[in-house]
Each structure stands twice: as C-alpha cells, then as structure tokens.
Ligand binder design. Structure first.
Ligand code: NAP
Length: 338
C-alpha cells in the first residue's frame, strides 16, 4: 500500500510528515481512520501505549452496535475496526502523544518515544476517562474491589454486597445491571435527589436489591488487599459511619481527555473540545475533534463512530480547499509582473 507521506530530516531529528494524524483509537478515531484511509489520506493513528482501543476495551458484550445481532465483545469490535482501518492503508502507532503544537499550518505532535510527526490536518479523538472520587483508598484498591466498569467487573461480585457511587444515569444503569450478580447493591448519592432520568430512577428504585443511601459521600474505601467497606460521611450533619462491602463501583461521570490541548483548543463550559455547530472543526483551522471528547451527552460507541465519520469528511474538504488555495498562489506567482 503506497503511503502518502515523507520524512523530513532537520538538524538531528527525523520528522514524519503526513496528510493526516489521528490521535485516539476508540470508535471515533478508528472510524475517522477508515474513512480517511479509503479517501487515500494514509492517516497515522496514534493509538496510545496502554489504552489502545479506548473504553470499549473494558467492556464485555456490546449489544447495541448495529450489525451484530448476536452482540460482540468490546475488544473484538475494536480489533475489527483497527483491521478495517489498516486494510485501507492507515498506519497505527502504539505510543502516547506527550505534546502538541498546532500553531503553524503544519500540526506537530511529539510521542513518548521522542519521535515527532507532522501533518496538514489532525483529528483529536482522545475520548473520555471515568471520573475518580480522589480519595486514598480508591486508588490503592483500584482493581481489588474498586471498579469503574460494571460490565467489566460485575461478574466477580456474584452473591456479594456492593455499592455504586453516583446519582446520574450511569450510576442508575450500573446499579440496575449489577443486581444480575450481586445480592445487594447500595446506591450511594451525595444529595437527597437523584440526577438521572425518571425512567432510570423508576427502574432502579423498583428493584428490591437496590437500596439508596441518601446524602452520603464516600470519605474512604477500607481494606488491605481487597475492599471490605467504605467510610460514609453524612453531607447534612457531617457524621461518619462505616458500611461493610465487597466492592465499590464509581459511576460519577466521565471527563473528556483534553489535557493535551488546554490553552491550545477552545473548550466548552462542560469541558469538552469546542466544535463549530454539527461539524468537527475546532477553534484551530486544520484541527478537527470527534467522539467523547466533544460529547458531554450521548457517549455511545455508535455516536462516536458517526462523529469520526464527520471528522474524516471535514478533513477531506479542508485538504481540498488547502490544495486549491496553494494552486491559486502558484498560479498568481507564476504570472508575469505588471
Ligand atoms: P452525570 O449525569 O454528570 O452524573 C454524575 C453523578 O455523580 C451525579 O449524580 C453527581 O452528583 C455525582 N458526582 C459527581 N462527582 C461526584 C463526586 N466527586 N462524589 C460523589 N458524587 C459525585 O454523569 P453520568 O451519570 O455519567 O451521565 C453523563 C451523561 O450520559 C448524562 O447526560 C446521562 O444522561 C448520559 N447517560 C445516559 C445513559 C442512558 O441513557 N442509558 C446511561 C449513562 C449515561 P450530583 O447529582 O450531586 O451532581
């Protein structure tokens, strides 16, 4: 497969120069790569060193991705997307971007390996990461009873007593899902009113395995090698008590992964990358964004994939306009001076 890129050798460093770089390898990144590769842009996908494939790598059965009536495992779905992108000429690098420079017409990224890449256009599709409570026991017992993914880890809590922290749709959905496994699910919420939708509330509250613990914040997660409970702080009177548990699922929302572009791209009040209307155009010409990093609301694999499509099409239009502008300049410069 011919690649439309070249290597620029400046003083000591080699810089790989492309038409398009895509940062991120979730459904948005890979779908953008499939479209762009089919369009002959030979994109370079920077897939991350440990999180390649994105959030779906932490999922088991995906039942709502169209085209898979029997369902498909999240990791398999992502492998298929990756293979589809490669089939059309996308190149995938398993490394992390450590810095970006979007100031010039050429978009520059530096990887953890130190390698530098440049492109005429760039798609930023870094997704979102589960929000953390930020307490000591949480990080220490992460993977030992503290989880951010009910579908990944629910299976390990058969006939156990667990808690879900949060009061939004994610927490309600996870609590309801976890009753398939656990004998008891506490839903710990910091206020006296849930944030989640009415239908999700009704479903959760009607489930006899779920008990809501109102006005309570998790002050600590207890346990040496595995979770044994939590310390709850009453958010009204400040009193503290312990609750014995085998597992804690934190479902307090997701944060878009924007750390690389703070001060570089405009963000929305919700913390997502700002894009122009329904397009993927960011505040910097030539830089496009797609997937969870621009979406505070839907955050579905299918919507992310659709968003990746929008980005690839916007990139194609941008590059055509760029080429036309360059041709016009060449023509004008070629005219005899009057
Ligand atoms: P969310 O709506 O932002 O809710 C986060 C919840 O966690 C809130 O109840 C919040 O409490 C609580 N919270 C936040 N930080 C906390 C902290 N440090 N300590 C304790 N509690 C904390 O997030 P989400 O539930 O992930 O939903 C995000 C979006 O995706 C929503 O638009 C939702 O409708 C959508 N979604 C839809 C579905 C579905 O339709 N199937 C499923 C999941 C998500 P407060 O209420 O006090 O702020």
């Amino acid at each position: 497969m011919p690649h439309d890129y070249h290597v620029l050798i400046t003083s000591e460093k080699e810089t790989d120069v492309r038409k398009l770089i895509i940062i991120g390898s979730g459904p948005a990144g890979y779908t953008a790569a499939i479209y762009a590769a089919r369009g002959g842009l030979a994109p370079l996908v920077i897939a991350s060193s440990v999180e390649a494939g994105g959030e779906l790598m932490n999922t088991t059965e995906v039942e709502n991705f169209p085209g898979f009536p029997e369902g498909i495992q999240g990791p398999e779905l992502m492998t298929r997307m990756q293979e589809q992108a490669e089939r059309f000429g996308a190149e995938i690098v398993y490394d992390d971007v450590v810095s970006v420079d979007f100031a010039g017409t050429s978009k520059k990224v530096v990887l953890g390996s130190g390698k530098e890449h440049e492109s005429e256009a760039l798609v930023y599709a870094t997704g979102s990461a589960p929000r953390k409570l930020g307490i000591e026991g949480e990080s220490r017992l992460s993977g030992r009873g503290v989880s951010y993914c009910a579908t990944c880890d629910g299976f390990f809590f058969r006939e156990r007593t667990i808690a879900v922290v949060g009061g939004g749709d994610s927490a309600l959905e996870e609590a309801t899902f976890l009753t398939k496994f656990a004998s008891k699910v506490y839903l710990i919420h910091r206020r006296g009113e849930l944030r989640g939708s009415k239908i999700m509330q009704q479903r959760a509250l009607a489930n006899e395995k779920i008990e809501v613990v109102w006005n309570s914040a998790v002050a600590d997660v207890l346990g040496d090698d595995a979770v044994t409970g939590v310390v709850l702080e009453d958010t009204v009177d400040g009193s503290r008590r312990e609750l014995a548990l085998d597992g804690v699922f934190v479902a307090i929302g997701n944060d878009p992964r924007t750390h690389l572009v703070h001060g570089v791209l405009d963000l929305t009040p919700a913390g997502t990358v700002w894009v122009d209307g329904r397009s993927s155009r960011t505040s910097v010409p030539g830089v496009f964004a797609a997937g969870d990093v621009i979406d505070p609301t839907y955050r579905q694999a299918v919507t992310a994939a659709g968003s990746g499509t929008v980005a690839a099409l916007d990139v194609e239009h941008y590059l055509v306009a760029l080429d036309e502008a360059a041709e016009t300049i060449d023509r004008v410069e070629g005219l005899p001076a009057v």
